[in-house]
Ligand binder design. Structure first.
Ligand code: DP6
Length: 373
């Protein structure tokens, strides 16, 4: 006897950042966060979970390489799913005791430095929930225990992770604010920065911030509640000007907290800062906010913008960050831009060095996890 399920799950990029836990084991955050789910057409994790009476041990293959199953977060997710499967009582209870084999792959290079833990845990938890007959609305607090940001990858569109107040974390869950069809013009450009530095993990970095940053306390108590309220209002009004401004301010404050951490966590590099300058210059030239940046725990930029501005922004990127492989099909991955006539960029923009970006991913807001055959 053997049961097998294959699922895909999306990556999400926060516009209001999660940074800091009030409880480390259950992964309970200090503040709410908000993200957009990215299209699985261009970035996703694909996971197959198989369970059989004949398996003698749990196994996990990550991008073709066997990893240890003794990771406490992984074990906790499985334990929670088994408990939930038992209460749900919608599968043959025997299979809850069988060992599982997991085969998980990302369709984007890990070298892109994109958080794969969010799509990874969302996919794993979703696939096992399908196997054990657990409803999707019950698994947010389980995915959260794999990696905090993973709970946001369970829904399409725009998602809020509500920090909750209960000590057991049962109300620290993700809720959908709007689905992927709500703001159809929204686009995302991920600028993958050439970088070889060793990075501090998000988990380690935020734990040091909680212990040492006084700015984090101010951010959590005063700024994030206001940012969240204003951002949700801007989203519902489809007001890109405000959406973009709050996104950039929240990213900047998160990186300010990283620098206020002792020892500091430095995630952005010179190229990241040059991207920030380019975005502000672009917006100044346009007389309003047309593109917004946000940076996670690494140097890559994620730009939010509307479809109408994509050509202009790409032309500016081509001018400010010239690249030898610009016209190669491998340089701009994702949504096909076809042969765009790059508009003339005015001389206001200064060109940086050659080949500072590795490549660009052009994508949009997308759907949540799905079971595939
Ligand atoms: C900067 O979810 O990776 O991307 O909960 O410890 O696994 P753990 O951390 P993780 O942190 C993500 C931090 C961030 C901001 C965000 O996605 O909100």
């Amino acid at each position: 006897m053997m049961h097998s399920v294959t699922c895909i799950a999306p990556v999400n990029i926060a516009v209001i950042k999660y940074w800091g836990k009030r409880e480390e084991d259950l992964i309970l955050p200090l503040n709410d966060s908000v993200s957009a789910t990215l299209s699985t057409d261009h970035l996703c994790t694909k996971t197959t979970v198989t369970t059989s009476e004949s398996f003698v041990e749990n196994k996990i293959l990550l991008n073709g390489k066997e990893e240890s199953f003794s990771n406490p977060r992984l074990l906790r997710c499985l334990e929670e799913l088994r408990k939930r499967g038992e209460t749900a009582n919608r599968c043959n209870p025997e299979i809850l005791n069988w060992k599982i084999h997991v085969n998980t792959e990302n369709n984007f290079p890990t070298a892109a430095g994109l958080a794969s833990s969010a799509s990874g845990y969302a996919c794993l938890v979703y696939a096992i929930s399908c196997l054990y007959g657990i409803e999707k609305d019950e698994i947010s607090s389980i995915a959260r225990q794999g990696s905090g940001s993973a709970c946001r990858s369970l829904y399409s569109g725009f998602v809020q992770w509500q920090k909750g107040t209960l000590p057991d974390g049962s109300d620290s869950i993700a809720v959908q604010l709007a689905d992927h069809t709500f703001w159809p013009e929204m686009r995302i450009l991920i600028l993958v920065v050439n970088d070889s530095r060793k990075k501090t993990s998000s988990t380690g970095g935020m734990s040091t911030s909680v212990k040492t940053s006084k700015l984090l306390k101010y951010r959590v108590e005063t700024c994030v509640p206001q940012h969240t309220k204003d951002l949700i209002k801007a989203l519902y009004e489809k007001n890109f000007e405000n959406f973009g401004k709050i996104t950039m301010q929240d990213s900047n404050q998160f990186h300010a907290v990283c620098l206020d951490t002792y020892p500091p966590c430095v995630y952005m590099n010179d190229v990241s800062h040059a991207i920030v300058n380019m975005v502000h210059q672009f917006n100044e030239r346009k007389g309003g906010i047309r593109v917004a940046y946000t940076f996670d725990a690494g140097p890559n930029a994620c730009l939010y913008l509307l479809e109408n501005d994509v050509n202009d922004v790409l032309a500016t990127i081509n001018h400010v960050f010239p690249n030898d492989i610009w016209s190669s099909p491998d340089y701009i991955k994702g949504i096909s831009i076809g042969k765009i006539a790059l508009p003339q960029v005015d001389q206001y923009f200064v060109s940086n060095g050659q080949n500072l970006l590795k490549y660009i991913i052009y994508t949009k807001v997308g759907e949540g996890p799905k079971r595939i055959e």
